[in-house]
Design a binder for this molecule. Structure first.
Ligand SMILES: Nc1ncnc2c1ncn2[C@@H]1O[C@H](COP(=O)(O)OP(=O)(O)OP(=O)(O)O)[C@@H](O)[C@H]1O
Ligand SMILES: [Mg+2]
Length: 342
C-alpha cells in the first residue's frame, strides 16, 4: 500500500492535521497539560478544558508563541500524540507536509521540519508549504493564473497577509496580531469599566458571541463571570456588544493598516487584480461578524470570507497532497527514506 501522508497546520491556538488515509482533518487546541513538570497529563481540547481550572502542579501551556515554536520538546510530544489519535494508535512511516509562514527566518522555517524529524513519527519525506500558498490552494485561487490574489489569514497570535500569483508568494507580511490580542483588549476594557478580572477563556467566549467589525444598530449583550478587583469575589456582569466593539477597534485597525501597506507595496499590475477579485480572508478570526464591512470601509476592497476559515490551510494541504498538479507547491526539505531504517 502506498504511504500515508499528513498535512499539518501548526497554529498557535489550534493544530489542524489532515490525514490522507482517512480524508479527515483533526482540529484541536494546540495545548498540553503536564503534571509535576514531567508526565503528560492531557492534550488538545481536553487540556483546554482544564485551562484556568487546574491545580498548581499541573502546568497547561501552548508550545507555540507568535507562530514560532517556543517549546520544542512539548511540541514534539504533542504532535506525536495527535498523530496517534489521528491514526488510532497506528503510527507508521508516512510523508509529512507542514505549512510554514513566509515571513520568518530560514532557521525558524527549518525548526518546523526538524520538529517532525525529531518527534518520533518515522517520517519518510518532509515537505514545507508556505502558509499563504496552502491557504490559496484551500480556497482554490492564485495557483494557475498570472493573477494577483491577496489572502489575509487572521489567526490567534498572527495575521499573515500574502499576495500570491502562479503558485508563488509575491509579497508577504506576518504581524503579531490576531484573536489573542482581541482577547487581551477585551480583558483590559472589562477591567477598566467594571473592575472585573476575567480569564482568557471567558474573553474568547464573549468575543465569539459579540465581536463585530462595525458598530451595530441593535446592541446585543452577553454575560461574563469574573472576579471583582475590589472585593475579590466572583460576580457576573452583563456586557454590551458596543464595549467589545470598542475593545477590538484598535487591534483590528492595526490589521487594516497592514493590509493597506501591503496593497501599496504590491506591484500595480497585481493590485489591479486584487481590486477586481477582492481580498480573501481566512483564519478563525475571519468569523468576526461584519469583518468584511470593516475591511471594505478601511481599504476599499471587496471581501471574500472563506468557509470554515480556521481549516483553510489544512484544506489546502489536503489538495496539495491529493493532486499531483499541485505537488510543485511543496518544498521537499529532505527525502529521508534511505536514512530511515526500522
Ligand atoms: N466565531 C468566532 N468569532 C471570532 N473569533 C473566532 C471565532 N471562532 C474562532 N475565533 C478565533 O480564531 C482564533 C483561532 O483561529 P485559527 O485556528 O485560525 O488560529 P491559529 O491557526 O491557531 O493561530 P495562528 O495562525 O495565529 O498561529 C482564536 O483567537 C479564536 O478565538
Ligand atoms: Mg493559523
Amino acid at each position: 500500500m502506498a504511504n500515508n501522508s499528513f498535512g499539518i497546520d501548526l497554529g498557535t491556538s489550534n493544530i489542524k492535521i489532515y490525514n490522507m488515509a482517512e480524508d479527515s482533518i483533526l482540529n484541536q487546541k494546540n495545548m498540553l497539560a503536564v503534571r509535576n513538570k514531567k508526565a503528560l497529563f492531557a492534550i488538545g481540547d481536553e487540556a483546554y478544558e482544564m485551562y484556568e481550572k487546574a491545580p498548581a502542579n499541573i502546568q497547561i501551556s501552548y508550545p507555540l508563541n507568535d507562530g514560532v515554536i517556543a517549546n520544542i520538546r512539548n511540541m514534539q510530544s504533542l504532535l506525536y500524540e495527535f498523530i496517534k489519535i489521528s491514526t488510532n494508535n497506528n503510527v507508521k512511516p508516512a510523508d509529512y507536509y507542514i505549512a510554514v509562514p513566509t515571513d520568518v527566518t530560514e532557521v525558524e522555517k527549518r525548526a518546523f521540519g526538524d520538529l517532525i524529524k525529531n518527534a518520533g513519527l518515522k517520517p519518510k519525506k518532509i515537505c514545507t508549504v508556505e502558509k499563504g500558498i496552502a491557504d490559496a490552494a484551500g480556497i482554490g485561487v492564485g495557483l494557475n493564473e498570472a493573477t494577483g490574489v491577496m489572502i489575509v489569514n487572521i489567526g490567534a497570535e498572527t495575521t499573515e497577509i500574502s499576495v500570491i500569483s502562479l503558485g508563488g508568494v509575491v509579497i508577504s507580511k506576518l504581524i503579531k496580531a490576531g484573536g489573542v490580542k482581541f482577547d487581551e483588549a477585551i480583558q483590559n476594557i472589562i477591567r477598566r469599566n467594571y473592575n472585573l478580572i476575567i480569564g482568557d477563556k471567558t474573553a474568547a467566549n464573549i468575543k465569539h458571541e459579540l465581536a463585530s467589525g462595525i458598530k451595530e444598530e441593535n446592541d446585543l449583550s452577553g454575560m461574563v463571570c469574573g472576579r471583582d478587583v475590589v472585593t475579590g469575589l466572583p460576580i457576573e456582569v452583563e456586557i454590551p456588544s458596543d464595549l467589545i466593539y470598542e475593545a477590538l477597534k484598535e487591534p483590528l485597525h492595526t490589521i487594516m493598516d497592514s493590509i493597506k501597506v501591503i496593497l501599496e507595496r504590491t506591484p500595480p499590475e497585481f493590485a489591479r487584480d486584487i481590486i477586481k477579485a477582492g481580498v480573501y480572508v481566512t483564519g478563525g478570526c475571519a468569523q468576526i461578524r461584519n469583518l468584511s464591512d470593516l475591511i471594505t470601509k478601511s481599504t476599499g476592497l471587496n471581501v471574500n470570507i472563506s468557509e470554515n476559515p480556521s481549516e483553510s490551510v489544512a484544506r489546502g494541504l489536503s489538495r496539495i497532497i491529493n493532486n499531483n498538479d499541485y505537488k510543485y507547491l511543496a518544498y521537499n526539505i529532505k527525502d529521508i527514506t534511505n536514512s530511515y531504517k526500522k
